[in-house]
Ligand binder design. Structure first.
Ligand code: FES
Ligand SMILES: [Fe+2]
Length: 410
């Protein structure tokens, strides 16, 4: 172990790094270079992938200021289902309340600040703090303060309970994805998502959104990847790497059949395919979205909704692939699969097909690990300045870099 004075110096440097303004961490000119025309633009500089001090800025401006995905509602399907989660250091609780709404609270007791919940659980009527047993109802209201006024006296005349409720986080459930806006300063979610909903209205209208059902048997997997979360988004936005990283996928979903997607205003980007065919085939097929434009049955779209959720929409299935940043160079990827209606999502007859479908996507995501981890390794090189973009193949990736840059310095 290092001598105590050395540990104190490291701690001191670390603490101060966290408080440095962005201009002391990286050359702002480098960030400005991102927002140039694609032919002359550079990508985000190395510090955005390697520097601890940078992370403090990214947390605030990218994750706490924006609508960020933290999970899926169907993981807490029944009243009283609750689970903790951690968003870059902030402890949160997701809970299904008595109106069947998903709510998110800060996971901290208002008494002495104990973390209320550390594993998923089924609550009866209250969230009870394990430390001194204060209790909150599913609306976050403080409803019990045992012995606060001395033994067996559960009231205190000068204590105003209503000021000690749990702190709720601005939350929205959309296509089963739980979005939070920690700083409560982003545009109303319905407005925020409108451009994407309008784009997708030819595939699924608002009513059809309600048809998606989570698959319980072959529906979920997670991967821990040694990379910065941004590389997963960048990689998802482009089909340029299809022939090299996914030779098998390229046979059925060829690079020539893909098109770019660049949302305006800039909140999402990605790619689409015009040759989607059912990945797995059996005697029975998955049900399809009923109002999907008939001339576009073979279209599928893969969109990264910034900052941290990637969604894949096909006529017969939908997936949510969201990122939980763990460190500058570590990310947990979560994948959840959905089908159209209960029979396709959980019926016995289609079980084998669901298994194959999930395996197909998992293999694709596993192939991508090499790509995203390789980019992280490369960012340790001092001679790399953020690199360049192909003006034709990298447009959606450039769009994501611009979004990050604009939010960092905007
Ligand atoms: S810290 Fe929660 S009841 Fe005391
Ligand atoms: Fe890929």
């Amino acid at each position: 172990m290092l001598p105590k004075f050395m540990r104190m110096i490291i701690f001191f440097v670390h603490q101060n790094l966290k408080n440095l303004p962005l201009s002391k961490i990286l050359d702002i000119e480098k960030i400005n270079n991102v927002d140039k025309p694609i032919e002359v633009a550079n990508g985000l500089p190395n510090e955005c992938y390697t520097n601890q001090g940078y992370l403090a800025h990214e947390k605030e401006k990218i994750f706490y200021n924006k609508w960020t995905a933290i999970g899926v509602g169907s993981s807490i399907p029944k009243i009283g289902d609750a689970k903790p989660c951690n968003l870059l250091g902030i402890p949160l609780i997701l809970i299904r309340d008595k109106n069947m709404d998903v709510r998110v609270f800060h996971n901290v007791c208002s008494h002495r600040g104990f973390k209320l919940m550390d594993k998923a659980c089924k609550l009866k009527n209250v969230i009870r703090c394990p430390y001194h047993s204060w209790a909150y109802d599913f609306n976050g209201q403080l409803v019990a303060t045992p012995h606060i006024g001395g033994l067996n006296n559960h009231q205190s005349t000068n204590f105003n309970k209503t000021k000690s409720n749990l702190k709720e986080v601005k939350t929205k459930l959309w296509m089963d994805i739980v979005f939070v806006n920690i700083n409560s300063n982003e545009l109303d979610f319905d407005q925020y998502i409108k451009p994407l909903e309008e784009r997708w209205s030819k595939f699924i209208n608002k009513d059809d959104q309600k048809l998606i059902v989570k698959s319980d048997d072959y529906g979920y997997f997670s991967l821990e990847v040694k990379t910065n979360w941004k590389f997963a988004i960048e990689n998802y936005c482009e089909s340029y790497h299809l022939p090299t990283i996914h030779p098998e996928l390229n046979k059925i979903s060829n690079i020539n059949d893909h098109y770019h997607i660049q949302g305006l205003p800039n909140r999402f980007a990605g790619q689409g395919s015009k040759k989607y065919d059912q990945i797995v085939k059996g005697n029975k097929i998955f049900d399809t979205f009923p109002n999907w434009e008939k001339s576009m049955l073979k279209n599928s779209e893969y969109i990264a909704l910034f900052p941290n959720v990637m969604i894949g929409l096909h006529v017969d299935h939908f997936y949510v692939f969201w990122l939980e940043p763990l460190a500058m160079n570590k990310t947990k990827e979560h994948m959840q699969m959905y089908y159209v209606g209960e029979e396709s999502a959980n019926g016995e007859q289609l079980k084998e097909m669901r298994k194959q479908n999930l395996k197909f996507w998992k293999d694709v995501m596993l192939e991508d690990i090499n790509a995203v981890e390789g980019m992280q390794e490369g960012r340790n090189s001092p001679v790399y300045n953020g690199g360049n973009f192909s003006p034709i193949m990298d447009q959606p990736t450039h769009q994501f870099h611009k979004w990050v840059a604009q939010n960092l310095i905007g």
